[in-house]
Design a protein around this ligand. Structure first.
Ligand code: MRU
Length: 354
């Protein structure tokens, strides 16, 4: 796995600045929660699972800074990007460790390992779908950059490619910040996976000509009924896929599933600055007095989803109850394992002191 989006070493969180790719590979080290929050807000680090892991380490850094409480750090980090459910799961994982006297840094690293492990399992679960569906369209970047390692949408394609399936990826450029052409194409190029970038509005053209066998995307938040938020433009790809009889897959770790959202109307959609539409590389793209609207995400109704690809396998929108229950069981199993590890350590230290 050659792509490294973020890592923690010698007291610093290192983030690959995703705004500079593909022309420059710039890595910056962070020691303060305020700076990590700004890096998330300004999209140095982006993609729901990576945002969650960065926030988890941000909490751990705050716990070592003077004047920070877990509540204050959680408030700051939680104000950065409202749509990604993973952000809040990452924050809460470390907040609860901090509040219960466990090591916040250990909790952040444990959270990171969970996310990476789940993405790997998504890759294994989804790969068989692409043995015969070889020309796959994806929107935005749901690869290793967005998830620390593996990816969600890109993980099954990676695994299928590694096993010899002749995968070809149609990469939507993904206006306005070009996560598709800058980041997904960069990742695919690193791994030698054949692909072609297309303008966002070309997807329908290739679907109608029979040149797309499947669509796969990630998600920022999945409601209980299977409605989900993902990068703006996902909804229209889902509608086009349905119109053209093409299967549409959504890949996500447990942290993206939000039990508090009953359906898509409960999902908060981040609206970003119009400046992201107004300028590109220093050039003005619209008249100065024109206004713009810039929703970063849209919500796709669950009826357009063929299957969710999750760490526990494939699930239909109607079968999501099982995924939500598996998510709860996984959390309970981890806290039980921590409890018995603590009991073992306690017994050992009692014996030592006897
Ligand atoms: O605004 P971004 O770049 O953070 O949006 C990212 C996406 O929409 C991804 O598809 C989503 O976070 C899933 S990443 C595995």
């Amino acid at each position: 796995m050659s792509v490294r989006a973020l890592w923690f070493e010698r007291g610093r969180l290192f983030l690959l600045d995703q705004r500079r790719l593909p022309s420059r590979v710039v890595v910056q080290g962070y020691t303060q929660v305020e700076h990590v929050a700004e890096a998330i807000r300004s999209m140095v680090v982006r993609g729901a699972p990576s945002i969650g892991v960065a926030a988890a380490y941000g909490m751990a850094l705050a716990s070592r800074q003077a004047g920070w409480t877990s509540a204050r750090a959680a408030r700051l980090l939680g104000s950065t990007r409202p749509t990604a459910n993973d952000l809040f799961v990452g924050i809460d994982a470390v907040r609860s460790a901090w509040d219960h006297g466990r090591d916040p840094l250990e909790a952040a690293s444990e959270y990171r390992d969970i996310v990476v492990g789940e993405c790997h399992r998504i890759g294994e679960a989804g790969a068989p779908l692409f043995r015969t569906r070889e020309r796959v369209l994806t929107h935005c970047n749901a690869g290793a950059l967005a998830t620390v390692e593996w990816g969600t949408a890109l993980a099954p394609l990676r695994v299928a490619h590694d096993r010899g399936s002749p995968i070809f990826v149609w990469v939507d450029e993904t206006r306005p910040l070009l996560q598709g052409s800058r980041l997904t194409a960069w990742e695919l190029e690193q791994e030698g996976i054949p692909h072609a970038v297309i303008a966002d509005n070309a997807a329908g053209h290739f679907m109608r000509r029979g040149e797309v066998d499947a669509v796969i995307v990630g998600a920022d938040r999945i409601a209980r009924n299977g409605d989900f938020a993902n990068k703006v433009g996902t909804y229209e790809k889902a509608v086009l896929a349905r119109e053209n009889g093409i299967p549409f897959y959504v890949a996500a770790p447990f942290s993206t599933f939000d039990p508090a959202s009953a359906d898509g109307t409960a999902i908060p959609v981040e609206e970003r600055s119009e400046e992201e539409l107004r300028r590109m590389g220093g050039s003005e793209l619209m008249p100065r007095k024109s206004r713009a609207r810039n929703p970063a995400f849209d919500v796709t109704p669950s009826r357009f989803v063929t299957s969710f690809i999750t760490p526990t396998g494939l699930a239909s929108p109607r079968g999501l109850g099982q995924v939500f229950r598996a998510r709860v069981r996984a959390t309970e199993a981890r806290s039980a394992a921590r409890g018995s590890a603590r009991a073992r350590t306690g017994r050992r230290s009692t014996r030592r002191s006897d």
